[in-house]
Design a protein around this ligand. Structure first.
Ligand code: FPP
Length: 260
């Protein structure tokens, strides 16, 4: 199908466009630099089909792979995926251990592809408490991809937004205690630099799947002015066209950052 100039789509119902048209539309305008995603709904996807919850997580891994490719096609700089929160430890032990193995294996098996596509992989979250084999597997991929300059994937793993702030305040408290920082000089810049995401721009867009209207302790400092986009689609059913639709809607919004 022949594509029309992107401006011709300005008033179009985005749900009527396919993946290729949507990509064309969003690429014709400035795209966000950083998209963060709360990947929710794996469990419900599986339960509705009569499968065990881990089957949903397996499908979720396939979706993550497709969304990384779609983000690359878009030319995105940073993609943050909320894979395992500090609250997720309270799930049944069997689900937690399967999830750990699944995530670690998925990342490790992606390594040749990450290298081939110049993709950098990083982890944000507390390394303490993660099983050693999983931690070492992730660290290996982080190390191998550290000089890649394409898309940065940030995996939020054993991540909690409040924990991140606690860790940042501890860093600052130590600097004050050592006489390196005057409490009266503490600014947003100091707090930002003490976060796990110190050198990464705040997300422009936060996508949440499966319809919940919550931020669930995700990037609490960083999303102060982030645009939110929630879809009822469950994560395993989320595809590149959904990502592009979210970006197209983002492009239609006016960000005011507290101004008029
Ligand atoms: C959300 O569904 C799923 C998770 C928080 C688990 C981790 C995500 C994946 C396995 C996707 C793949 C990610 C990567 C980066 C390889 P849920 O279990 O909270 O679903 P529910 O709300 O329906 O129970």
């Amino acid at each position: 199908m022949a594509l029309r100039p992107a401006r011709a789509y300005r008033h179009t119902d985005l749900t009527t466009l396919g993946k290729t048209e949507l990509l064309e539309v969003v690429r014709s305008q400035p795209i966000p630099e950083h998209i963060a995603v709360i990947m929710d709904g794996n469990g419900r996807w599986a339960t509705r089909r009569g499968f065990p919850r881990v089957a949903g997580h397996r499908e979720g891994v396939k979706t993550a792979r497709a969304i990384v490719r779609a983000a690359e096609a878009l030319g995105l700089r940073y993609l943050t995926l909320y894979a395992f929160s500090t609250e997720n430890w309270s799930r049944p032990a069997q689900e937690v251990s399967t999830l750990m193995k699944l995530l670690e294996r998925a990342i490790r098996s992606e390594l040749p592809d990450l290298m081939a596509r110049n993709t950098r992989f990083r982890v944000v979250g507390r390394p303490n408490g993660v099983p050693a084999a999983v931690r070492q597997g992730l660290e290996h991929v982080v190390r191998e991809t550290q000089h890649n300059t394409g898309l940065h994937i940030l995996l939020a793993f054993n991540y909690g937004g409040r924990d991140e702030l606690v860790d940042a305040f501890r860093v600052l408290a130590r600097q004050v205690q050592a006489g390196e920082l005057d409490p009266d000089d503490v600014s947003e810049k100091h707090i930002r630099q003490a976060l796990y995401t110190a050198d990464i721009p705040d997300p422009d867009l936060l996508i949440r799947t499966s319809g919940e209207m919550r931020v669930s302790n995700f990037l609490l400092w960083q999303i102060a002015y982030t645009e939110l986009w929630v879809t009822p689609t469950l994560w395993p059913d989320f595809g590149p066209a959904d990502l592009y639709r979210a970006v197209a809607e983002f492009q239609r919004r006016t960000r005011r950052f507290g101004g008029v």
